[in-house]
Design a protein around this ligand. Structure first.
Ligand SMILES: Nc1ncnc2c1ncn2[C@@H]1O[C@H](COP(=O)(O)OP(=O)(O)O)[C@@H](O)[C@H]1O
Ligand SMILES: N[C@@H](CCOP(=O)(O)O)C(=O)O
Length: 330
């Protein structure tokens, strides 16, 4: 992030105590991320150190948040490595701090791996497929709030900042995505509550038998989750985990590792496979628009570092030019 809301030590200590997590000993603002205010919190209970993450939600409302927090709890209770939100004595996981909605969740061990190898991508593929299985009986519904309707509302806001060739691209892609969303093939895609932002920086690896930072310890930041096609979620991951950053191309070894591991748990249907190139474009478009919006219409915050929108413009152009260069196992 960004620290949009400065949380005082005493206020955080009172919250941690109320959650039964003992005495607060450290409160450390987190610089990474762009959406919410996050702090690492360390507390001591019965002589034991406890590590959690405190999030103050800046844009999401108290009406939208139960979906994300309940989804995390659902997945954690299914044994998936997802931070579980902590409940107060009344059983509430949606809390309040500094007059804003807040949550305290488990801190995952390890670090993000920003230059992943096939072994990292494979573990991510397995986790993603397991999550797609586990959400099939998740009862809450909420649309992907960064889906097509948001693109349609946001493209007019960023258009004044674009060069002619960018305008041509964004307008044409919006038309392509509108036609895709209206198609019968798209309507037939399997759907569910998906993460929708499972980038490398939203997963952690700790040390494993294959060496330092080789074992996936979990994924976090479910605050862009929503009901969408499972294939879109997969495309978001492929576009980030398997990319050759310089060219925007998909790296065959990493893409194949991610997909093979995914399909070992949840094989893709023929309709998903056929639409994967279009969904890779959707995933590139989604983050190009959000990055343009964050970049050109920034919010006030300390430590805010917007992501580079040109990256996803390059990725989108590449996905249009080379729909699916990877030999996907049929
Ligand atoms: N549950 C967690 N376990 C470990 N680290 C976390 C956790 N949640 C957040 N973080 C850390 O905080 C950073 C920012 O979190 P993130 O959710 O990406 O912020 P934002 O919602 O503002 O984009 C992450 O890069 C990570 O280092
Ligand atoms: N992953 C997105 C932005 C969302 O930020 P996060 O820190 O919440 O993952 C991007 O890279 O544009």
């Amino acid at each position: 992030m960004a620290v949009f809301t400065e949380v005082g030590f005493d206020a955080a200590a009172a919250l941690i105590a109320r959650l039964g997590l003992g005495r607060l000993t450290e409160l450390q603002p987190i610089a990474a991320g762009i959406e919410n205010t996050n702090y690492f919190v360390v507390s001591e209970r019965d002589g034991q150190r406890l590590d959690h993450v405190l999030t103050v939600f800046e844009r999401l409302s108290a009406e939208q948040l139960p979906f994300y927090l309940e989804l995390m709890r659902h997945l954690a209770r299914r044994g998936l490595p997802v931070p579980e939100p902590k409940a107060d004595p009344e059983g509430r996981i949606l809390l309040s701090l500094a007059g804003k909605p807040a949550a305290v969740v488990d801190r995952l061990r390890g670090k993000s791996v920003m230059a992943p190898q096939p072994l990292h991508c494979a573990q991510l593929g397995t986790l993603l497929a397991r999550m797609h299985g586990a959400v099939q009986d998740f009862p809450l519904q909420q649309p992907n709030l960064r889906g097509l309707a948001w693109w349609e509302a946001t493209v007019p806001l960023v258009r004044p900042h674009l060069a002619p060739e960018q305008l041509a691209l964004i307008d044409a892609e919006l038309r392509f995505q509108q036609a895709l969303a209206a198609s019968a093939d798209y309507a037939a895609l399997p759907r569910g509550a998906v993460h929708a932002d499972l980038f490398r920086d939203n997963a952690m690896f700790d040390d494993g038998p294959a060496g330092p930072q080789t074992r996936l310890s979990g994924c976090f930041d479910f605050y862009f989750a929503g009901c969408d096609s499972l294939g879109f979620d997969l495309a978001v991951c492929l576009n980030d985990w398997c990319i050759d950053t310089a060219t925007g191309r998909l790296d065959p070894a990493r893409s194949e590792a991610l997909l093979a591991a995914y399909e070992a748990v949840r094989p893709l249907g023929a309709e998903e496979r056929a639409l994967l190139p279009a969904l890779l474009r959707s995933a590139a478009m989604r983050f190009w628009i959000s990055r343009l919006w964050d970049y050109h219409l920034p919010r006030e915050a300390h430590m805010l570092t917007p992501h580079d929108p040109r990256h996803f413009e390059r990725v989108l152009r590449e996905r249009i030019a080379s729909p699916w260069p990877v030999a996907v196992a049929a």
